[in-house]
Design a protein around this ligand. Sequence first.
Ligand code: UT7
Length: 336
Amino acid sequence: MYNSKITGLGHYVPENVVTNDDLSKVMDTNDAWIQERTGIKERRHVVKGDGDTTTTMGVKAAKIAIERAGIDKDDIDFIVFATLSPDYYFPGPGVLVQRDLGIKTVGALDVRNQCSGFVYAISVADQYIKSGMYKNVLVIGSELHSHGLDMSTRGRGVSVIFGDGAGAAVLSRAEGTDTGILSTHLHSEGQHAEELSLIAPGMGKRWVTDIIEDNDPNDESYFPYMNGQFVFKNAVVRFSEVIMEGLQANNLEVSDIDMLVPHQANLRISQFIQKKFKLNDDQVFNNIMKYGNTTAASIPIALTEAWEQGKVKKGDLVVLAAFGSGFTWGSVVIKW
Ligand code: UT7
């Protein structure tokens, strides 16, 4: 019997810092509103034309994770890439990572589960390792939001939240089942698919050919839509449920948690969960203040920073949890 364990972590964010004041120069918003509602002070945006894409950021994070795992790129057996902002409509970024890292012709899978993407990707990688099929799986979450946001006042309810960046983890086979990833728990509720979505371009409601024909600059379906309050209400419920589900599956209590790394959706959501579970400040990791919501990249960026700061140590019980578009949500319970 095997478990998988995280043997290497890395992250990369673009250098360009965009403050709330910077945003207030291009849309009707202000630092006080953004901080009070979301906790975000600044985020990173790729400067147009500087070459960074979802894939290149993922590759940069992956290089660090592979080096820290103490393995060679040729030891990678499989790639799982989670993003909602792929470089191309198709193929997905998994194969671009295989190419750009010069990894041999291993399988590359793309995960499309938005804010829950990294949790889903970890779960997939974990199953492959637990089954004995693979020894080392590279898992990446990366997003380039900034080029796809409506940066006018019309889009302010969404655009101020999201940021660019990437995180990566190497999952490797661990002998025995006492440490490593103990369990993963995944859910979806497609009934609310359109409550947080980007409808166009797709092959469903807004065909690419229609968009080209209409050529309408006021077409909002190019931009992400979010029913913010509805998403918020569902998020706090689902976060709580799926954290409890993970703990109960392993006969653990909330008090056993050493570090909770929630998807960085909104600081108020993290604070609500922290209060509900009566966790101390040093039991919950947040960095949304610096990076905004980087969807599939947010957990691996946060986990990497927590590990770099010595806040995730051998023997710790670490819980990852996410909720987002789909709706999808999930958790990962790890004995580090
Ligand atoms: O990661 C995936 C999951 N995502 C989430 O979990 C996000 C969940 N939702 C949220 O985080 C919050 O709903 C938001 C931060 C998106 C919005 O906060 P809110 O407290 O729900 O605000 P609201 O949308 O109800 O808007 C309140 C007011 C409105 O004005 P009126 O109608 O009261 O006059 C908005 O037009 O704030 C206005 N507003 C803004 N004002 C300044 C909306 N966006 C902005 C803005 N700056 N950026």
